[in-house]
Design a protein around this ligand. Structure first.
Ligand code: GRF
Length: 212
């Protein structure tokens, strides 16, 4: 059975979706760079080791990344899942976990990388918004896309209503992507392409809920 380490920084709603997904693998640990992250308590209440690793205690990004990697490896992770982990990871860290490091981002990448995606989507006037799970590469919020979900942007939306609509889809696509990886169906090739084996790839990797 493969094991997963999940990195968080805060609320942990994606973490909760993963904890409740009955994944075909074990969640070995949850690590937060912020001691106050409520997600740590969620992990404990599900019987999962919760580790606080405060980045402010490290003199440099490299030192923090090394301590983080040591903690991840101590739990023997086959897959590292960034679930609202709000800290940029250095190139060496990203290379170390190449092909087994996933992130979720609240936009239809490659549009709106970075922060404040929902406000930027509203300001741009896009009619379709969404979320993406991707393998992590050194460039921020880029990297080969595994699965996306699209949602409509409605006339009366504000940042909160749009964020909530997207978040509901995040909670669907992240467990799906992690499940594929744990089943051995999801792979990143040396050429940087995502391969999803077995049936239904085209339809499975885009979720577009019916307009209500
Ligand atoms: C999510 O919107 C995720 O896409 C982004 O940060 C947010 C984390 O939320 N990277 P939560 O902590 O999973 O509730």
């Amino acid at each position: 059975m493969k094991s997963v380490v999940i990195l968080i920084s805060g609320r942990g709603s994606n973490l909760l979706a993963l904890l409740e997904a009955q994944l075909p693998g074990s969640i070995a640990a949850v690590i937060s760079n912020r001691p106050e992250a409520t997600g740590l308590e969620l992990a404990r209440s599900h019987g999962v080791a919760a580790v606080s690793l405060d980045h402010r205690r490290y003199a440099s990004r490299e030192e923090f990344d090394l301590a983080l990697a040591a903690e991840i490896d101590r739990h023997g992770a086959d897959l590292v899942v960034l679930a609202g982990f709000m800290r940029i990871l250095g190139d060496a860290f990203v290379r170390r976990y190449s092909g087994r490091l996933l992130n979720i981002h609240p936009s239809l990448l490659p549009v709106f990388p970075g922060l404040d995606t929902h406000a930027r989507a509203l300001a741009a006037g896009v009619k379709i918004h969404g979320c993406s799970v991707h393998f992590v590469t050194p460039a921020l919020d880029s990297g080969p896309i595994v699965i996306q979900a699209a949602v409509p942007v409605l006339g009366l939306d504000d940042e909160q209503t749009l964020a909530a609509r997207v978040l509901a889809q995040e909670h669907r696509i992240y467990p799906q992507a992690v499940r594929w990886f744990l089943e051995g169906r999801l792979e990143l090739t040396a050429a940087g392409r995502v391969v999803l084996s077995d049936e239904g790839e085209a339809s499975a990797s885009l979720i577009a809920p019916a307009l209500g």
